[in-house]
Design a protein around this ligand. Structure first.
Ligand code: PLP
Length: 407
């Protein structure tokens, strides 16, 4: 019996079949404990935007840890690198002048946004605005708020009621939000949470016009629009730092993590539009919320080095290149009898949707035998979300691996 309990796992199966141990990574490749090389189709869990093995990030973290690893971000305390990172993020925020609240990861960011949305309305003298709305197939992490907001039923099974005042609506029709407003009243709704691209739920791209319409409905009805950009943030959307910038969404709150540090050190950040931050910055109000490791100096150093690399190497443009490369090169796989459709064409993201969802997990193992480390999301959607350093030749290698594995 192993001591390690893996996340999202049937541990009996892991005990029986053994773990897949990733011992090393370099660029778009990872290596197992025996030294066998695999093309990393998913950038880990959607986060290694700058690729594996970046000594520059390791060096920046080491230097920071030697100087001061972390102290505190509560009250008036912080570190120079944390301040500098907040300024830098505010400067690239979809809403200029946004405030930055640091967390330890995506689930923390979602929890923070859900609490802040309710607390904001409390500050505004409208404490009845409490209901938070999520969408079917959505994934917002695994804290209580995110699990309750999520739209993947199996992730909610077996806990009873998680967070009251949570509602789920259809994922692809903005009219569903209008119908909910009609039913329960905008005066009771605090916020609408929206992944610009549905990620872990199976990689579903937003229908044309959906995001703009949902945004407009929120604005018209005084409902906070929360863009969950844990996956789409920091370049994954292609050509822009954030999907919210690419689609002009001007979110009231934006949750991020993953690509902020490319996963080298855990860190998340919530971007808060000035209008929402205002009552808390006016003086006299404490927000009694925060995490020991929020704004961790070592993590902030990793984020700074990561952003340097993205800027210096033009990786936002590389993600845009991957948008069309993945779209073009994956298209022929749609003809395969075991493939239902390919979803692609927005950012460095795609899915090979299998006809039979039960083939997803076995296919992950077959892919490994063909030199690709992959992942099944949603209902048999093979996730493709490479690091932005994956070359077009490596995309060919990826498609060849998929073709052999499917065959
Ligand atoms: N939100 C979205 C859209 C995510 O995809 C994820 C993780 O995949 C999370 C939140 C939770 O992030 P974390 O696993 O870092 O807590």
């Amino acid at each position: 019996m192993n001591a390690l309990w893996h996340g999202f796992a049937d541990m009996g199966a892991v005990e029986r079949d053994g773990a897949f141990v990733v011992a090393r990574g370099e660029g778009a490749y990872v290596y197992d404990a025996e030294g066998t090389r695999y093309l990393d189709a998913t950038a880990g869990l959607w986060f290694t935007n700058v690729g594996h093995g970046r000594a520059e990030i390791a060096d920046a973290v080491a230097e920071q840890l030697r100087t001061v690893a972390h102290y505190s971000n509560f009250g008036d305390l912080t570190a120079p690198v944390t301040q500098a990172l907040a300024e830098r993020l505010s400067a690239i925020a979809p809403v200029p002048g946004s405030k930055i609240f640091f967390t330890s990861g995506g689930s923390d960011s979602v929890d923070t946004a859900a609490k802040l949305a309710r607390r904001y309305w409390h500050e505004m003298g409208r404490p009845d605005k409490k209901i938070v709305v999520g969408r079917r197939m959505a994934y917002h992490g695994m804290h209580y708020a995110g699990t309750a907001l999520g739209g993947i039923p199996v992730n909610r099974e077996g806990y009873g009621e998680l967070v009251p005042d949570t509602r789920t609506i259809e994922w692809d029709d903005a009219k569903a939000l209008l119908a909910l407003i009609e039913e329960i009243g905008a005066e009771n709704i605090a916020a609408f949470f929206c992944e610009p691209i549905i990620g872990a739920g199976g990689v579903y791209l937003p229908p044309d016009g959906y995001l703009a319409e949902a945004r407009r409905i929120c604005r018209d009805n005084d409902i906070l629009f929360v863009a969950d950009e844990v996956v789409t943030g920091f370049g994954r959307i292609g050509g822009s730092w954030f999907a919210s910038s690419r689609f002009g969404l001007e979110p009231d709150l934006m949750t991020t993590a993953k690509g902020l540090t490319s996963g080298y050190i855990p860190m998340g950040a919530v971007f808060i539009a000035p209008r929402i931050a205002e009552p808390f910055f006016a003086g006299g109000t404490w927000w009694r919320h925060g995490y020991t490791y929020g704004g961790h100096a070592g993590a902030a150093a990793a984020a700074m080095a990561n952003l340097d690399i993205i800027e210096r190497e033009g990786l936002l443009d590389e993600a845009e290149r991957l948008e069309s490369t993945l779209h073009d090169k994956l298209a022929p796989l749609a003809e395969h009898p075991r493939v239902a459709e390919i979803r692609s064409g927005l950012g460095a993201v795609a899915a090979v949707q299998l006809v039979d969802p039960s083939e997803g997990l076995p296919l992950v193992k077959t892919l490994r035998a063909h030199g690709v480390s992959g992942r099944a999301a949603g209902q048999g959607a093979m996730q493709i979300s490479p690091s932005f350093v994956m070359s077009d030749d490596q995309v060919d290698e990826l498609v060849a691996g998929f073709t052999r594995a499917l065959g």
